[in-house]
Design a protein around this ligand. Structure first.
Ligand SMILES: [Cu+2]
Length: 209
């Protein structure tokens, strides 16, 4: 009973605060708003109970409390990374307009990070900027070429308005059948793989807005 109430209050607190909350894969610990501007939301040590995560065809999901935001994924292959220098950028940063739940493809097999293998332990760090500075949450993973994200893990998008400064449109015309909005963001992110867009570039792009 007591723990249920604690959980409920934690959930409500997260729901009314600004910033973002990584939903999947699970972050190292519960969201701490005041620590989110710091490395791994203030969680400095890799967890022992890592989440299995697919080498290809994966996604991550988050809840955005900001209406317009830029995000990206960093990865470290160290067993217990301790600084941003231990991370490299997985894919292009992307910009999305909308608050609420978002599901973004995270396909390591199609990323610019090579030589990842099944069974490997990695840490991802989600970088998010909704206008009040860069925010960070980390998840400790074990990669797998046989693991599929369970279908009960939510993958939805509150809006389908993904854009990017300098990114070309991903529209391919009317030939394809209508798709759910979630696929819009997926397609956008896939096409963005071809666009060199560094972390520094993302910061400069935001500053120019
Ligand atoms: Cu915020």
């Amino acid at each position: 009973m007591h723990s249920t109430l604690v959980f409920l209050f934690a959930f409500l607190a997260a729901a009314v605060n600004a910033h973002f909350q990584l939903q999947y894969p699970p972050p190292r610990g519960v969201f701490v708003e005041d620590d989110e501007p710091t490395f791994c939301d203030g969680y400095l040590t890799a967890v022992s109970n890592r989440s299995e995560f697919p080498l290809s065809g994966g996604f991550f999901s988050l809840n955005s409390e900001h209406p317009k935001w830029t995000a990206g994924v960093l990865i470290s292959t160290l067993p217990d990374p301790k600084s941003f220098n231990n991370f490299s950028q997985v894919n292009s940063f992307f910009q999305i307009q909308g608050e609420g739940a978002f599901c973004i493809p995270l396909d390591f097999s199609k990323s610019n990070v090579t030589s990842l293998s099944t069974g490997q332990n990695v840490t991802i760090q989600i970088v998010f900027d909704g206008g009040d500075g860069q925010l960070y949450q980390c998840a400790d993973l074990t990669l797998s070429n046989s693991f599929t994200i369970p279908t009960n893990v939510s993958c939805t998008n509150a809006t389908s308005t993904a854009t990017s400064s300098g990114a070309t449109s991903t529209s391919t015309g009317a030939a394809s059948t209508p798709k759910p909005s979630s696929l819009g963001v997926r397609e956008y992110a896939m096409s963005s793989l071809a666009i060199p867009f560094t972390l520094i570039g993302a910061v400069l792009g935001l500053a120019a807005l």
